[in-house]
Design a protein. Sequence first.
Length: 495
Amino acid sequence: MNRLNQKLLSDLPKDILLPAYDRTQLKAGIVHLGIGAFHRAHQAFYTEAVLNKFGGDWGIIGCSLRSASVRDQLVPQDGLYTLVERSGEGEKLQIIGAVLDTLVGPENPAALVAQMAADNVKIVSLTITEKGYCHDPATGNLNEAHPDIIHDLQHLDKPVSAIGFLVAALKQRCDNQQKAFTALSCDNLPNNGEVLEKVVVQFAQKISPVLADWIKANATFPCTMIDRIVPATTDADRQDIEARLGANGESLRDEGMVVCEPFSQWVVEDKFANGRPEWEKVGALLVDDVHVFEKIKLRLLNGAHSTMAYTGYLSGFEYISEVMEQPAFVNLVKTYMAREAGETVVAPAGFDIEAYKQQLRERFSNKALKHRTWQIAMDGSQKLPQRLLETLREQLAGNGHIDILCLGVAAWIRYVSGVDEKGAPIEVSDPLAKELRAACDANQGNPAGMVSAVVGIQKVFGADLINETKFIATTTEWLERFYAKGVLASIQETF
Ligand code: CS2
């Protein structure tokens, strides 16, 4: 079976949107670190829209910092892939042409640094997930004990971490008296640009204070709020569209395809060191301050997502849309949005927050998207601080409702114990999985002990939350109920 590629573009069915610009003339202006499904459905989608409308030298060099799988999907297809938007209303297919090449960091780190240091590159964007920042989530400081950081400080000529790559490339640009680039964080972290700047500057400081000063003065690190629900692509998805892409009865294989919802949003702080595509002309919002948007999104969307992921998984639901078919879960999510997360966010003028909440619930209910609870449950130790714990602190300080926030933390503890309600193992994917499991194992049959041991992990909970008696008591009550009655029954009898 043929693979999608440049030569076959003109044979594709006519209802599929194709690049409207001449790809053979396209030059790279962006290097993207972490070219997973999210980047391909989000930033690359916006850049594609700019190229389609206005052209320009904003092609993307994608990069994987770990495995070669995306490169192996995209390079044989000349970088092309299908973006499939799915909802109850049907399916829309678009071929994205913005990705020119894909590099694999570990195969040739120097080549990636050279690419990032090239004059034509104006922006280095990142989707490396929360843990890729190698920071301590509670303080935002660079984690100097992180093995990748230890490595990169000693071997800046062959970095492994995104932070090492950024500093190595900025150092070359500084040494060669070139312009700096904009480092554009597109991960779900509060103040993501500031977090990135802090770890990059702290790392650079260890290499040379002159370099650190040059970076502060020349590079920029805008904050962004990114939003689009993009489940991991499955083989069933790839098989599904083979026939759709083919012509004359022949199927066409696309290994790099990505499925997403129709909705997407991008709010970007307009602070670029070296030019940028006109993303504001294709739907992005370029603003002076993204914090208010980011807080609304992280707390309402991601906070609800994580809560549904742990409770839903433990209740036996594979997908978020199945969780949303349960009236008790819908009530839980509504209450969470109304009085817990909802009480801590203030909408900007003209922003209809009630409509936004309603729209979120509709997005969660999209049955055409197979968004696994297990996928969202990953890396909870890196996600909970900004999704639930910051909200919790504000609610505790203002004497607001915390019941569902505690329920979310209890469900997470139940989940990271590593054994489900039927006694089957849970595959917990989290950098702290071992530590969390040990804290639970040491307190088997003792929910109060489990809560104290897990909340005692300061990397996640800081030093303060262990002393919040109302939080500890409510979380313990939920965990006791979960063990006594099961998660689904506990939620059904309450909501
Ligand atoms: C999800 C997010 O996997 C997760 O943790 O909560 O990826 C979520 O789908 C996106 O942030 C939506 O914009």
